[in-house]
Design a protein around this ligand. Structure first.
Ligand code: NAD
Ligand code: UDP
Ligand code: UDP
Length: 328
């Protein structure tokens, strides 16, 4: 194992790199890891993340923030790597699709090269999008997916699929210790208010009294996992034995239609917003729901936060943002 200053001090503290650490999930992960007493190096180019997301961590001497783009090589010394860098919402990843693929693919190569050199354990934030518009319900990890390689979601979906391929080739070829998490829709405080994702869109629209924009008929389904549950799963996955690589589905198994979600958010905010229907974006999956059997077995994990409870906390966060007109 690579030695560093803290190893020499003989404590159990690990040095952990979180790429994309200033984003929605990354900032919660940094917070959790610091809370467990580890040293955290947060690497981010602030493409969709922000310093504001980690402002509350800045005073902690165990926290370091580095502005860096993972498509370029990175030479640091750490024990574990969580690779989260990648724009995640359709609006953001479709804004510069070539950069999205580069971030997933070149970013994975660089972080795997780094992990190989320093013998670090490395976890990839993959996605349910590797299943595309799935023909198998609920999705199990052995399903190979149904992805349109030339559609507008391809830059994200295929980039993430290629990253998974790279992880498994570094595992087979270079004996790296890898963990691959397939994350399903996750929501909570610090989502961007303008990233177009359904929970943030609906909450902000409801709080502003603007119409709730349901795409298509709203009969498409998604399952929503609260961020704290997801972060718990990611840290559990990192702690699994070296023989466990995943991929493992992480998310909530309770599916809701988008129309149900709209009604729930209107009720919870007490909003007078109406519901309007807008065209369904192309390649928008009709159903998505994880089979969590493997996560339960390998991680002894299942999400515990009910949608109503998680939405209340998310609404409280956005109330602050909407009130100050601030950026989320
Ligand atoms: P996010 O956009 O809030 O966070 C992504 C972070 O990566 C941002 O801080 C961004 O600035 C940074 N980033 C982007 N390109 C970079 C680059 N080239 N170099 C360095 N940093 C870069 O999104 P999120 O929801 O927190 O997602 C985090 C990860 O989890 C992503 O990899 C995403 O694909 C994955 N994921 C998220 C969800 C979800 O529902 N939130 C679902 C599936 C997968
Ligand atoms: N790399 C990095 N940090 C390191 C080691 C490697 O960013 O500490 C990058 C480097 O740019 C390289 C990539 O990781 O291109 C893949 O490294 P690997 O050793 O697997 O392949 P090679 O260097 O032979 O191309
Ligand atoms: N959606 C919607 N109205 C919005 C934003 C999204 O009806 O204002 C729908 C979208 O078409 C999709 C679902 O909500 O069917 C989830 O969208 P999101 O972008 O959050 O995630 P993803 O499509 O990647 O699951």
């Amino acid at each position: 194992m690579h030695r560093n200053g803290d190893d020499l001090k003989g404590d159990a503290t690990k040095r952990i790199l979180v790429t994309g650490g200033a984003g929605f999930l990354g900032s919660h992960l940094c917070e959790r890891l610091l809370g467990e007493g580890h040293d955290v190096l947060c690497v981010d180019n602030f493409y969709t993340g922000s310093k504001e997301n980690v402002a509350n961590l800045m005073g902690n001497p165990r926290f370091e923030l580095l502005r860096h783009d993972v498509t370029f090589p990175l030479y640091v010394e750490v024990d574990e790597i969580y690779n989260l860098a990648c724009p995640a919402s359709p609006i953001h990843y479709q804004f510069d699709p070539v950069q999205t693929t580069k971030t997933s693919v070149h970013g994975a190569i660089n972080m795997l090269g780094l992990a190989k050199r320093i013998k670090a354990k490395i976890l990839q934030a993959s996605t349910s999008e590797v299943y595309g518009d799935p023909k198998v319900h609920p999705q199990t990890e052995d399903y190979w997916g149904h992805v349109n390689p030339i559609g507008i979601r391809g830059c994200y979906d295929e980039g993430k699929r290629c990253a998974e391929t790279l992880f498994f080739d570094y595992y087979r070829q270079h004996k790296l210790r890898i963990k691959v998490a397939r994350i399903f829709n996750t929501y909570g405080p610090r989502m961007h208010s303008n990233d177009g994702r359904v929970v943030s869109n609906f909450v902000v629209q409801a709080l502003k009294g603007e119409p709730i924009t349901v795409y298509g008929t709203g009969s498409q389904t998604r399952s929503f996992c609260y961020v704290d549950d997801l972060i718990d799963a990611l840290t559990r996955l990192m702690e699994t034995g070296d023989d466990f690589t995943g991929p493992v589905n992480l998310g909530s198994a309770r599916a809701f239609t988008i129309l149900e979600l709209a009604r729930k958010i209107i009720a919870l905010t007490g909003s007078r917003s109406s519901i309007v229907n807008e065209p369904l974006p192309s390649d928008d999956p009709i159903q998505r729901q994880p089979d969590l059997t493997l996560a339960r077995k390998a991680l002894d994990w299942a999400p515990t936060t009910a949608l109503d409870e998680g939405l209340k906390r998310t609404i409280a966060y956005f109330e602050g943002k909407v009130a100050t007109g601030g950026r989320a």
